[in-house]
Design a protein around this ligand. Sequence first.
Ligand code: CMP
Length: 427
Amino acid sequence: MRPTYNLAESLWNFVVIMTVTFTALFFPLYIVFDLHVYDNFFFLVTNWLTTIIFTIDLVINLFRSKNAKTENLFDEVESLPEYLKKWFIIDLLAAIPFGFFFNSAFFILFRFLKLLRVASFMHYWRQKEVKQNNVLALVFFVYWVSLSAHFLSCGWLALRGMNLQYDIWANYLHSFYWIVTTLTTVGYGDVTPQTNKQMVFTIFIMILGVGVYGYVIGNIAHILGKKDPAKAKYLDNMDKLSALSNFRSIPFTLQERIRDYYFYMWKKRFGYDESSFLENLPPSLKAEVSLHLKKEVIEKIPLFKDADKSFIEEVSFFLRPVVLTPGDCVFKTGDVGNEMYFVVQGELHVYNKEESMQFAKLKTGDFFGEIALFKNTPRNATIRAVTYCDLYMLQRSTFDKVVSKYPEILDKIEKEIKIRDDREVMN
Ligand code: CMP
């Protein structure tokens, strides 16, 4: 079972993250603006509060790791020995108010170790949240970039020194503005480095900016590309069609039919073939996932509706989606038959060999192509799609392996064959 934080734990994690973020935002400012931190009332209160929260967190983490169930693969709570080895020292250093003992702002930096904890929470969230994983990745990325920009702004302020013409916040804003324009590679050039140290710092920011910029663009492109795989596939196919039409002369009507087919596949999502994804799963999961994905469609087919659950589970994995466009011929009279089909949606007509006589209409829930499999004969009719059709196809090998194991299904198919035979005799 996947572990989850309960509400109280989630709230506590939120409090810790807010405290760490507050510390990361305000404490560098205290140092840069030389606010005589240990005389400053606001700093004293926040520093004590941080000490209390980080100490409680240390105790909670110790307690949780003592009770951790290590067999839980995804549990981000380590066992006690693991916690002591990995996190304890970090949590401890971040919790101790060194500054009070040594009276130096430098020791505030130990608090920032707790940012590693935030990174670990984020990692856990991303593991847990499958659906919005990409969006979370972007939100967390923005968090880290903003924090880094803030640290760099403080660094730039420390190098430049305060401009006494402006107040503290205006000084900070100028610095933040310079960092953002440089990181985003906009660089207006209105603020330039004056000393060697500032120049080295600027070179560092510029190199960092190129990396950050590339990462952001790459990530956004990746998220948008993966957001709707069916749409991505549609656009890719349209590009291929357009390239092919340019190099080889494909008649316009044929181009239109191909375009309509891809458009239908995209809109219906029916043709989004999940089989390659299922291939990589272990057999037990494969059957369950496949059943879940196809359940709604299988329920539309009367033959399966009242069938044994184990039959549905077995057969669902082997059903392959097939899409037909209006006018498509599924097979002709006399063809060798190795598959049978189930109509999920659409209409098809059954004809004689010359297509001069129509035997029947097939609609949602009907099946066809069973006679060739059942009797081992060539196709006894020609079948053509009248509208766009969504079908499920079942191979002969599966039919022989799975269907023949269930006499009640064979019985139903046999009855239908008899009805069809009788109808043709009447015709
Ligand atoms: P098969 O012979 O494998 O291929 C042609 C299919 O057409 C056949 O199986 C039946 O599934 C279907 N078929 C033949 N005659 C009729 C009918 N009268 N009504 C409905 N379907 C039919």
